[in-house]
Write a new protein. Structure first.
Length: 277
């Protein structure tokens, strides 16, 4: 099977390579943004951003933040003047299908749905999506803008590799915090987190909270990562996500709860009490 085409910056185009990175223990994220300008005779000039990272950030958040930072830098004119010379088009490349697959929904669908998905679940990272759409529309007043998927750091493309290196460097110097950084604790089971692995059957479960993240634009709602501790359950040991408005839930604590019945919008609908973990 043929791989994706090589990315070659075009004339009169500002090409931007972006990347997001997330490092564990402790979790912190970083962004890489690398600009390439090609003039009318094919000469290239480059400009990279040296950005500090974000404590507690996820990889998806950093992929979004990288594209946002690229657009904000362009819209505010914070590039060397020669990078704008003759530019009519902006091509932004990201190796995140999370970004490219959902950008259309963020522009045309989610705002009209109150920032909910078709299943009724709140859109994750809605605050970052709103910021991205705002900067994207602003850039389109002046330029033709495209955001496309490009193969990541495994690619032979030197510009992709530069963005990847910048993102990792950024994560290592994580001095900033997102408005609602996630709290993460060590899990007990050997399973990896798999969204949708625990069926929503309205069942009672004993769960241990291993992560919590406030949902932007939805006061009092949080998204919890949990591991199933009920040995009699067919889902014992699995790790999944669910939403809840119950203020009792805290990472590193174990609870007896009732789950919802909507697989598209997984919820912890009732907390009966805390259990010894």
């Amino acid at each position: 099977m043929a791989g994706p085409p090589q990315i070659t910056p075009d004339e009169n185009t500002l090409t931007v390579f972006t990347d997001g990175s997330s490092l564990p223990a402790p979790r912190r994220g970083g962004i890489g943004v690398h600009f390439v300008h090609t003039d009318s005779i094919g000469n290239e000039s480059y400009h990279s951003l040296d950005e500090s990272g974000y404590a507690g950030a996820t990889n998806n958040q950093m992929e979004l933040k990288a594209v946002i930072t690229a657009l904000t830098t362009i819209n505010s004119g914070r590039l060397p003047n020669e990078m704008f010379e003759g530019i009519t088009k902006i091509d932004i490349y990201t190796d995140s299908q999370y970004v490219t697959n959902n950008l259309g929904a963020a522009i045309y669908q989610w705002p009209g749905n109150g920032w909910h998905t078709r299943d009724g679940a709140p859109v994750l990272n809605a605050d970052l999506w709103k910021e991205l759409v705002k900067e994207y529309k602003k850039a389109r007043r002046t330029y033709h803008v495209e955001v496309s998927w490009g193969k990541g750091h495994s690619s032979s493309n030197v510009h992709n590799k530069t963005a990847d290196k910048l993102a990792k460097q950024s994560a290592r110097k994580a001095t900033r915090i997102l408005d609602r950084a996630a709290v993460v604790r060590r899990k007990k089971t050997r399973h990896v987190t798999k969204p949708g692995s625990v069926e929503m059957l309205g069942q009672r479960l004993t769960i241990r909270i291993v992560g919590a993240e406030p949902v932007p634009l939805k006061p009092h709602l949080s998204r919890y990562r949990y591991e199933v501790m009920s040995r009699a359950s067919p889902f014992f040991g699995l790790i999944d996500f669910a939403f809840s408005t119950d203020p009792m839930l805290r990472p590193h604590h174990t609870y007896h709860v009732r789950m919802g019945k909507d697989q598209g919008y997984p919820q912890i609908v009732r907390v009966f009490g805390e259990r010894e973990g």
